[in-house]
Design a protein. Structure first.
Length: 120
């Protein structure tokens, strides 16, 4: 049986849906709040993320968006993302989104395929 659902979405609408879909196959699934925060980082564009998606300016923006009063609140989520393998430190020490879940910058279409073999 094959079921296909096609949708046209803005990037802002797409990223949360995409993360929810792939979350079910992650070895250590993210909580709803973790999904929201990771989505906020993935939605960032321009010079802010070209150099460092998880840098000081990006963190300030996300911290403000979620109303975090201290740096440690967001830092804890960054630590959870690392522990769950969603982000990693590259050879320069900068945090990057795991290539298995990242979306290429100029991607115009994303197709996800789940294949399940049902056994009795």
């Amino acid at each position: 049986m094959k079921r296909v659902k096609k949708e046209r979405l803005s990037k802002k609408e797409f990223i949360p849906k995409y993360l929810k879909l792939i979350n079910v196959i992650l070895p250590l699934p993210l909580t709803n709040k973790e999904l929201e925060i990771l989505s906020a980082f993935m939605e960032l564009e321009g010079d802010l993320v070209e150099n460092d998606r998880f840098g000081t300016q990006a963190r300030s923006y996300v911290r403000e968006k979620f109303g975090f009063k201290t740096h440690s609140n967001l830092d804890n989520y960054i630590k959870y993302f690392k522990n769950k393998g969603v982000i990693f430190s590259d050879s320069n020490g900068k945090l990057q989104i795991n290539p298995k879940i990242s979306i290429p910058k100029n991607e115009k279409e994303v197709e996800l395929t789940f294949n399940f073999n049902l056994i009795n």
